[in-house]
Design a protein around this ligand. Structure first.
Ligand code: FA5
Length: 344
């Protein structure tokens, strides 16, 4: 058996050398160390081996599996590198430019922290199968209020102070929930998407409030979506952003476009400070199950489909992540502030 294992490994190495496609490498891997692979096949006769033989065969088969995994990883990287280099060779872009800029003593720019976090979150959601949608800054009453179950006389209109245009029909969108409406109108369920962007509110500014800030909306619609799905996606998002499992809690929250509506809080402790007022629950993420009226306004039958939605304040998230005490620093245009977040 030991000899057979060596033969399997030698044969694997010879075959691996000649492969040039990642798919072929992966199928070679499963043909050797997959559930029905050649290694598993010969390990079936382990039951006939003596206890002494088993003591040798067990560690040996583990070692071979590890060596095969290592070889596979190296080969996959080698193929990927070749493919990228081949694409770069065809491309007309000059990738030496960044270095040239530095050589000339010029300063290269970097992404604003809000853009950085927006891209980071978009990538997280794309990896979970979400689309990324956009929508206009200038909206009409229907997309900002009416379709979100906030009719003309609804007191919830006062929750968001609005910059209206003179016609009193158009406005600067007060939230990215407008993207929900456009997303529902443009696709058929099941679907899931996020929609990031600037929003505007006619508010007095202070350390945590800006007139122009950024949100990232998310929506998932399908059959039998539950609050459990909502919590799963929110926990995954927070884990990716904060690089650890975050303790969360849901509190009831009122938004006319969700029922039930929640405020999702995270357990948060400022580094370096003791328990006391520096730790506790932090309100971060309003969310809920999409109201049937909203689905209807988006052309979706609420008898057949349901879903969840959430709206994340990106500027506040940047404040939490980098411990910034005043939101107004973010868009002050002060280079001393911006330079701290240069991507390179
Ligand atoms: C909304 O705007 C809802 N559209 C969010 C939503 C979407 C709820 C989907 C349910 C389902 P709210 O007004 O609370 O909710 O704003 C959402 C987030 O934007 C807040 O949690 C906060 O992080 C951020 N935010 C709100 N006002 C400001 C402001 N003036 N300055 C900076 N950030 C703000």
């Amino acid at each position: 058996m030991l000899q057979k294992m060596d033969e399997i490994f030698d044969d694997f190495q010879t075959k691996l050398q000649n492969l040039t496609k990642q798919a072929d490498v992966l199928s070679l891997k499963s043909s050797v160390i997959g559930k029905k692979g050649s290694l598993a096949e010969i390990l079936k006769s382990l039951k006939d081996a003596t206890p002494e033989q088993r003591k040798e065969i067990g560690p040996k088969s583990n070692q071979i599996k590890q060596d095969i995994e290592k070889n596979i990883m190296a080969k996959l990287q080698e193929i990927e590198l070749k493919e990228v280099n081949a694409k770069l060779a065809e491309s007309k872009l000059d990738f030496s430019l960044v270095d040239s800029v530095k050589d000339l003593g010029l300063q290269a720019g970097g992404l604003h922290p809000v853009s950085q976090i927006q891209r980071e979150i978009e990538d997280i959601f794309v990896s979970m199968g979400f689309d990324v949608l956009d929508g206009p800054h200038i909206e009409d009453d229907f997309h900002n209020f009416e379709a979100l179950n906030i009719p003309d006389t609804h007191p919830a209109r006062d929750m968001q102070d609005t910059f209206w245009f003179k016609d009193m029909e158009h406005l600067l969108r007060t939230h990215t929930s407008t993207i929900q409406v456009r997303g529902m109108q443009s696709r058929k369920p099941p679907f899931k998407f996020v929609g990031p962007g600037k929003v505007f509110r006619c508010e007095r500014t202070d350390a945590t409030h800006e007139m122009c800030f950024h949100q990232l909306e998310g929506m998932m619609v399908g059959k039998d979506i539950t609050v459990g799905n909502l919590i799963y996606f929110m926990k995954t998002l927070l884990k990716e952003i904060f690089k650890k499992d975050m303790e969360v809690r849901l509190r009831p929250g009122y938004f006319p476009f969700v029922e039930p509506g929640f405020e999702l809080d995270i357990r948060w402790k400022k580094p370096g400070k003791g328990e006391s007022k520096h730790s506790g629950w932090l309100e971060l993420l309003p969310c809920g199950m999409v109201h049937p009226n909203v689905l209807r306004a988006g052309g979706i039958d609420p008898e057949e489909y349901n879903g969840f939605a959430f709206g994340l304040g990106l500027d506040r998230l940047v404040m939490v992540k980098y411990m910034i005490e005043d939101i107004r620093h973010l868009h002050s245009g002060d280079l001393r502030f911006n330079k701290q977040f240069k991507a390179y």
